[in-house]
Design a protein around this ligand. Structure first.
Ligand SMILES: Cc1cc2nc3c(=O)[nH]c(=O)nc-3n(C[C@H](O)[C@H](O)[C@H](O)COP(=O)(O)OP(=O)(O)OC[C@H]3O[C@@H](n4cnc5c(N)ncnc54)[C@H](O)[C@@H]3O)c2cc1C
Length: 366
C-alpha cells in the first residue's frame, strides 16, 4: 500500500511515520521546504499540559498523548521533551483554572495547590496579588517542536519515504486516490492523507467545515539580571487567571523564556500578515503587565508571528472521501497530541473504525 501525505507538519509527518510502521510506503508533499518554517508546527517548542477544564475528552487524552510521545521517542531513538511542570492561577471561583481542579481530581492527575504565600516562595516571578491559588502539575512542559520535526523527517527518509518539498497540491481527488500539484502533475496512491494545516482552508474536500487561519505572535525574552534567579527551574504556565489567556514557557534548553497571550490571537491572512508589528510585541508585553515582576524590563530577543487553524468549537476534524482522508487537528492546541493524532489517523487510513476515530479526534464523548 502506498500513501500520499499532503503537508509535512506534525500531523502529516507523524501520520506518515505511523503508516510506514504499518507497512505502507509514503510520499510526503509540502508546498514549501520540509519542515516548512511557515507551518503551524514550526517553533523551538510547544507546550503539553493536563489543564483542560471544558473538554473532558481532550483532558482524558492527555495521558494517552504522553504515552504516544514515549512510543515516538522509542522509534526515533531520541527524546525531545523537557519536563518543566505546569502551573495555572485562579483569581475567582469558577474561573478556568478553578474548573481544571475537579477534572484533575476525577482523572487522577497528580497536582498540587499553592496558596499565595507558597506562590511567593515557589513561583517568585509571579505577582500573587489577587491570586487565590496556583494549580501545579509536575507533568507537562516543552515538546521541542523543531527537533521533533527534524527527527521525523530523518526517520522517514531512513525508511525510504519520498519527501517532496516545494510541491503545492491544488486538487484532491478522493475517488481516484489522487492529488494534482500546482505544476499540473497528477499523483495517485492507495490512500491520500490531507494534513495541510492552515493551507487546508484553500483545498476543497467534501464535508470540510469552515477553517479560519488565526494569527499569533509569541515573544522570546530574557528577564533582567536581578530577576534571572527567580526563573531558575520555573514551570511552564497556561493561564494566569486573566482574560488575556496568558501561557508560556520558562527558559529551557538554552532558549529565552516564551511569552504567549491567547487573547491577542485574531483571524488573519497567512499569505500577507506574517510580519511582526511593534504593536504585536507591545500587546503581548502589556498583557503581562502586573502579572510577572519586572516585565517592563524584559529584553525581547525575537517575536515570531505564525498562524494556526481554528475549526468550529475548537475541535479536531477527520473526514473521508473515497481513498482520501482529511485531517485538521489544530484549533491552536494540536501539537501536544501530534504523536497520538498520527497513530489515530494511520489507524483510520488502515481500516480502523473511521466513525469512532473521527468522533474521538473531535473530542466527543463515545
Ligand atoms: C504560535 C503558536 C503557538 C502554539 N502553541 C501550541 C502549544 O503550546 N501547544 C499545542 O499543543 N499546540 C500549539 N499550537 C498549535 C499547533 O502548533 C498546531 O495545532 C499544530 O502544529 C498543527 O499541525 P499540522 O500538521 O496540522 O499543521 P502545519 O504544522 O501547519 O502543517 C501543515 C503543512 O502543510 C503544508 N501545506 C499547506 N498547504 C499545502 C498544499 N496545498 N500543498 C502542500 N502542502 C501544503 C504546509 O506548508 C505545512 O508544512 C500553536 C500554534 C501556534 C501558531
Amino acid at each position: 500500500m502506498h500513501a500520499l501525505i499532503v503537508g509535512a507538519g506534525i500531523v502529516g509527518l507523524s501520520t506518515a511515520l505511523q503508516l510506514t510502521e504499518r507497512g505502507f510506503t509514503a510520499t510526503i508533499l509540502d508546498r514549501g521546504p520540509i519542515p516548512n518554517p511557515t507551518a503551524s508546527s514550526f517553533d523551538h517548542h510547544r507546550l503539553i499540559r493536563h489543564h483542560y477544564p471544558d473538554r473532558p475528552v481532550y483532558a482524558r487524552r492527555i495521558p494517552e498523548a504522553f504515552s504516544a510521545w514515549e512510543r515516538l521517542w522509542g522509534v526515533l531513538g531520541e527524546r525531545h521533551y523537557v519536563e518543566t511542570g505546569v502551573f495555572a492561577l485562579s483569581r475567582a471561583a469558577g474561573d478556568w483554572t478553578d474548573r481544571c481542579r475537579p477534572m484533575m481530581e476525577d482523572l487522577g492527575v497528580a497536582h498540587e495547590i499553592l496558596d499565595p504565600v507558597a506562590i511567593s516562595a515557589r513561583l517568585p516571578f509571579v505577582n500573587a496579588a489577587g491570586v487565590r491559588y496556583a494549580l501545579c502539575t509536575p507533568e507537562g512542559g516543552a515538546l521541542m517542536a523543531e527537533a521533533i520535526l527534524d527527527g521525523l523527517v530523518r526517520a522517514l527518509a531512513g525508511r525510504g519515504a519520498e519527501l517532496r518539498p516545494d510541491t503545492p497540491v491544488v486538487t484532491i481527488d478522493g475517488e481516484g486516490g489522487a492529488v494534482v500539484t500546482a505544476g499540473g502533475e497528477r499523483l495517485t496512491a492507495d490512500r491520500v492523507v490531507v494534513a495541510a494545516g492552515v493551507g487546508a482552508a484553500r483545498l476543497a474536500f467534501p464535508g470540510k467545515p469552515d477553517l479560519v487561519p488565526y494569527r499569533t505572535t509569541v515573544l522570546y525574552a530574557d528577564p533582567p539580571e536581578d530577576l534571572a534567579a527567580f526563573w531558575e527551574g520555573a514551570p511552564s504556565w497556561v493561564d494566569l487567571g486573566t482574560e488575556e489567556e496568558l501561557w508560556g514557557m520558562p527558559p529551557v534548553a538554552g532558549l529565552s523564556l516564551k511569552l504567549g497571550a491567547g487573547e491577542r490571537s485574531r483571524g488573519g491572512d497567512p499569505d500577507h500578515e506574517r510580519g511582526t508589528l511593534p504593536a504585536d510585541v507591545a500587546g503581548v508585553l502589556a498583557a503581562y503587565g502586573g502579572r510577572f515582576h519586572g516585565i517592563e524590563r524584559f529584553t525581547v530577543r525575537s517575536a515570531p508571528t505564525n498562524f494556526w487553524t481554528m475549526a468550529p468549537e475548537e475541535r479536531f476534524v477527520l473526514r473521508r472521501d473515497g481513498r482520501a482522508v482529511f485531517v485538521s487537528a489544530c484549533s491552536g492546541h494540536g501539537f501536544k497530541f501530534g504523536a497520538l493524532t498520527g497513530e489515530d489517523v494511520a489507524m483510520a487510513v488502515d481500516g480502523g473504525d473511521f466513525d469512532a476515530l473521527s468522533l474521538r479526534l473531535a473530542g466527543h464523548e463515545p
